[in-house]
Design a protein around this ligand. Structure first.
Ligand code: GCO
Length: 263
C-alpha cells in the first residue's frame, strides 16, 4: 500500500501557474492527483498550461480572483462539473509588500490581508461542503516564517501569515470531525521571484546583506528551492497524514531552531 499515492484525488492549487504553486502542482500530479491550478489572468493561465506541459504534466487551469467569493464559488462549481469534487486544496496564492509600517497605506495593508488571509478563508469555505459530502478532505495553507516571526517592512504579510496559521488550526478544530485535515506548510527562505530582491548581488558583486544574513541563520547554509516543498506537500495531501491536523510543517532548513551563526 502506498500511503503517498494521490491517484483518484482532485487537487486545486491557488496561484498555481508559477513558482511554489507550480512546483507543488507538478509534485501532486506526479503523485497521482488530477491537478487544477488557479491564477489571476488568462495570460497566466496560458503560461501555466505551457509550463505544466513542458514538465510533462496534464492539468486544468482556471482564472478567478481568489479574493472574490462569487468568482471562487463559480470556479469551484466549474471544477466540480468538469473534473470532480475537490479533495485537496492548496491555498498558495499570496502577495507581499515590503514597506515600513509607518509608510504603508491602509489600502496596501488591506490588499495583502485580502490575498494572503481572506482568500484562503473564501477558498476553504467553498470546498469544505464537498469534502464533507465525500467524507474526507485535505486543506494545505502556505504559511511562512512570518507566521512565527516578524521583521522590518513586512507588517501586513506577517499579520496575514500569522492569521493563516490560526485559520489552519480553526479549520482543523471545526472540521476534523468530518475527516478533513487542515495543515500548513511554512516555507523558509526559498529562492523564488518573490524573494529575488533579497538576493540581488551588490554593485561590487558581493552577496546582498539579507542573503548573507539568511545563509548565517539557516543551519542548511542555503536558500531553499521550490522542490524542497514538494515532499511535505505530498505528505500533507496524502493518507500518510490522516491523523495530522492543525499542524504547521516548517520547511526552513532549520531556521526556526537556530540562533544563528556567530558573525
Ligand atoms: C521576506 C520574505 C519572506 C519569505 C517567506 C519566509 O520578505 O522576509 O519574502 O516573507 O518570502 O515568507 O517564510
Amino acid at each position: 500500500m502506498n500511503l503517498f499515492d494521490l491517484t483518484g484525488k482532485v487537487a486545486l492549487i491557488t496561484g498555481g501557474a508559477h513558482s511554489i504553486g507550480f512546483a507543488l502542482g507538478v509534485g501532486l500530479a506526479q503523485a497521482g492527483a488530477t491537478v487544477c491550478f488557479n491564477c489571476s489572468s488568462e495570460a497566466s493561465r496560458e503560461r501555466g498550461l505551457k509550463a505544466y506541459a513542458e514538465a510533462g504534466v496534464e492539468v486544468h487551469g482556471y482564472v478567478a480572483d481568489v479574493t472574490n467569493e462569487e468568482a471562487v464559488k463559480a470556479m469551484i462549481a466549474q471544477i466540480e462539473e468538469e473534473v470532480g469534487v475537490v479533495d485537496i486544496l492548496v491555498n498558495n496564492a499570496g502577495v507581499i509588500k515590503r514597506i515600513p509600517m509607518t509608510d504603508m497605506s491602509v489600502e496596501d495593508f488591506t490588499k495583502v490581508i485580502d490575498v494572503d488571509l481572506i482568500a484562503p478563508f473564501i477558498c476553504s469555505k467553498a470546498v469544505i461542503p464537498g469534502m464533507i459530502a465525500k467524507g474526507h478532505g485535505k486543506i494545505i495553507n502556505i504559511c511562512s516564517m512570518m507566521s512565527e516571526l516578524g521583521r522590518e517592512t513586512v507588517s501586513a504579510y506577517a499579520a496575514a501569515k500569522g492569521g493563516l496559521k490560526m485559520l489552519t488550526r480553526n479549520i482543523c478544530s471545526e472540521f476534523g470531525g468530518a475527516n478533513i485535515q487542515c495543515n500548513g506548510i511554512g516555507p523558509g527562505y526559498i529562492a523564488t521571484q518573490q524573494t529575488a530582491p533579497l538576493r540581488e548581488p551588490q554593485a561590487d558583486g558581493s552577496r546582498h546583506p539579507f542573503d548573507q544574513f539568511i545563509i548565517g541563520k539557516t543551519p542548511a547554509g542555503r536558500w531553499g528551492t521550490t522542490d524542497d516543498l514538494v515532499g511535505p506537500a505530498v505528505f500533507l495531501a496524502s493518507d500518510a497524514s490522516n491523523f495530522v491536523n492543525g499542524h504547521i510543517l516548517y520547511v526552513d532548513g532549520g531556521i526556526l531552531a537556530y540562533i544563528g551563526k556567530q558573525p
